[in-house]
Ligand binder design. Structure first.
Ligand code: AMP
Ligand code: GLY
Length: 429
């Protein structure tokens, strides 16, 4: 199959890599891609936000399938532009992408579909924010209603901090704090049917022990040996299928990847958020274990034919991903720092060095963003994969590199949520 991956981050590198490993002689293209993606795909300098330009490229290349990676082009309607030309495009329409594009909209859909989630209120004024904070009590959760790359959320016990975040956004959603380990569950959807991946976990905060500000994600692993048996089925039954049914009933079917961010609370799984695309860096870990063809699955979804497709198959064993971020992340980022050790790390058995924010500068690969690289390793179990991922990550260096040392160290998965309730801890971007 001939595919075109739209985007330029770690998720897109992981997708392009998995597509390039499909059976047959796959031909993978990417727009605009990055130096890592360039090793497995042909790159094209096209603006991923420009639907007409992406559709033109797909037409010119004669691809069988376009996969739109990031949320911003989806929310901007790039999948609509491609699909209008009759080309199979994996990723939701602009209307369906509002499940991620607006927190208030996703809450409304969850309520209509009876999906278990945190109680919440959409607020536009300081008075509304104050009233909502007092109604729910601490720890306070205040979310920017608009897209914010995972950084628009403040979780804090400090009321002033919560109020200040409310004041810095046009519209926020204030919600009840959900206590419990977080799980990411991805489901491929075709508008009607759904096919889940196994659960994964993402470490969101910048520092060890779940401390410091939220980031796009500092590491991940899968499977979760501690997750309750039947979790995937339960989430498909109580969250994914009702949401897909609700979107279909509204005349805006959801086709693409529904990413369910959950907290496993004492009262059962509760949705923290929906995203409408593969998660980063969970995708790196999940796809490292994939043993069934990816393009066939995504193509079946894009054509509304998931009924004929099996759920993605993952190998036994585990995968762990450690993200290397540049100096200053997540408040800022540092560009142009020369990266060494990429070939040594990537040459290891079962290790993928995934590029997220890199660029080439002469003969060098340099940093070009907040999250720079994701080092993914597979192993017999989580501990083995973890050791291999850190051993490989140790070979890579650049000035100011930041990484967590505790990714997948505690498979009980309670690290992040425990930290938020520590009295000495403030969590804010
Ligand atoms: P979001 O962008 O909605 O995924 O939020 C980013 C992170 O903030 C989540 O991964 C959680 O760690 C935390 N968070 C968001 N909503 C809640 C909530 N209601 N209760 C506890 N933590 C939350
Ligand atoms: N891993 C979280 C995200 O992709 O938003």
């Amino acid at each position: 199959m001939k595919t075109l991956v739209v985007g330029s981050g770690g998720r897109e590198h992981a997708l392009a890599l998995a597509l390039s490993r499909d059976p047959g002689s796959p031909e993978v293209h990417a727009a605009p891609g990055n130096p890592g993606i360039g090793e497995v795909a042909t790159l094209h300098e096209v603006d991923p936000m420009d639907g007409a330009a992406v559709a033109d490229l797909a037409e010119r290349l004669g691809v069988d399938l376009v996969v739109v990676g990031p949320e911003a082009p989806l929310v901007a309607g790039v999948a609509d532009a491609v699909a209008e030309r009759g080309i199979a495009c994996f990723g939701p329409s602009r209307e369906a992408a509002r499940l991620e594009g607006s927190k208030a909209f996703s809450k409304e859909v969850m309520a209509a579909a009876g999906v278990p989630t945190a109680a919440s209120r959409a607020c536009s004024t300081a008075e509304e924010v104050e009233a909502a904070l007092d109604a729910f009590g601490p720890p306070y959760v205040v979310k920017d209603d608009a897209l914010a790359a995972g950084k628009g959320v403040v979780v804090t016990t400090d009321r002033d901090e919560a109020l200040a975040h409310g004041a810095s956004c046009d519209r926020v959603v204030v919600e009840e704090f959900l206590d419990g380990p977080e799980v990411s569950l991805f489901a491929v959807c075709d508008g009607t049917s759904v096919r889940p991946f196994q659960p994964a976990q993402d470490f969101k905060r910048i520092r060890d022990g779940g401390r410091g500000p939220n980031t796009g994600g500092m590491g991940s692993y899968t499977p979760l040996p501690w997750a309750p048996p039947g979790l995937t089925d339960e989430v498909v039954r109580t969250v994914v299928q009702p949401t897909v049914d609700e979107m279909a009933a509204r005349g805006t079917p959801f086709q693409g990847l529904l990413f369910v961010g959950l907290a496993l609370t004492a009262r059962g799984p509760r949705v923290i958020e929906f995203n409408v695309r593969f998660g980063d860096p969970e995708t790196q870990s999940l796809l490292a274990l994939l043993s069934s063809p990816l393009a066939d699955l995504l193509h079946a979804a894009a054509r509304g034919r998931l009924d004929d497709a099996e759920a993605p198959e993952l190998r036994d064993g585990a995968a762990v991903t450690v993200v290397l971020a540049s100096a200053g992340y997540p408040a800022s980022s540092s560009s142009g720092d020369v990266i060494s050790g990429l070939d040594e790390a990537g040459g290891r058995d079962g290790v993928d060095v995934i590029h997220a924010g890199t660029a080439t500068d002469g003969e060098h690969v340099v940093t070009a963003g907040g999250r720079v690289l994701a080092v993914t390793a597979v192993g017999e179990d989580v501990a083995d994969a973890r050791r291999r991922a850190y051993d490989a990550a140790d070979l890579v260096s650049f000035d100011g590199a930041q990484r967590r040392t505790d990714i997948a160290a505690e498979p009980l998965g309670a690290v992040e949520s425990r930290a938020v309730t520590d009295a000495d801890q403030k969590v804010h971007p």
